[in-house]
Write a protein that binds this ligand. Sequence first.
Ligand code: GLP
Length: 253
Amino acid sequence: MDIIIRKDAQEVGKAAAALVAPFANKGGTLGLATGSSPLSTYKELIRLYEAGEVSFKECQAFLLDEYVGLTRDDENSYFKTIRNEFTDHIDILDDQVFSPDGANPDPHAAAEEYEAMLAAQSVAVQILGIGGNGHIAFNEPTSSLSGLTKVQALHPKTVEDNARFFSSIEEVPTHALTQGLGTLSRAQNIVLVASGEGKAEAIRGTVEGPVSASCPGSILQMHNNVTIVIDEAAASKLENAEYYRLMEQLKLR
Ligand code: GLP
């Protein structure tokens, strides 16, 4: 794992975007995450696109997850969110942005369909955020470390955290479709971004904890090409933060 520690969320976004941009320019398949964590990364990628430094025109993109029961035109669907926040502002073709079908009346069939689509792909770089309880995509604690795309009942903490996007907590869906930890681990490269003190414990478990389904992010320790890009606050519980800073300085470019 490479650990990059930056001053704040904006600097996290710049560092993460610099890692992702070369894959976009090669027309690589991108794995996209929703949530507030990757917003500064998307903002910087949009800036690079507007400056003519990156193009997504040859790329396909696959989302990590989607709420069960929301149609694609629902403002809170991840299908809509990723368009509003990122893909509508760059040159990727809209029909090349894919997500699980949360409106399928048979969510288990929707999960299988999405897994089959992903099995035919090779994701060049997967962007990830992380939940306060260590979940990645919507893989809550106890998720199989090798699991495939599935229907996930959401942890009450996740429902509470995500309620800020809805008019009331009762409107937050109880279930989501999510790539499994095994599915997302097939990406060739993974860039996880996090900022704020609320993520410090999840980052500690992901980077320094034992590999455990209790902290799904810790599965990333098994992956060969992972970069964790975090701000000072999210890094505040890392025991070996000084060593990670030194390692970044010593890294051969
Ligand atoms: C949701 C998403 C995750 C995301 C997490 C953290 O549950 N499914 O992909 O990483 O929230 O969200 P935020 O970045 O808004 O804190």
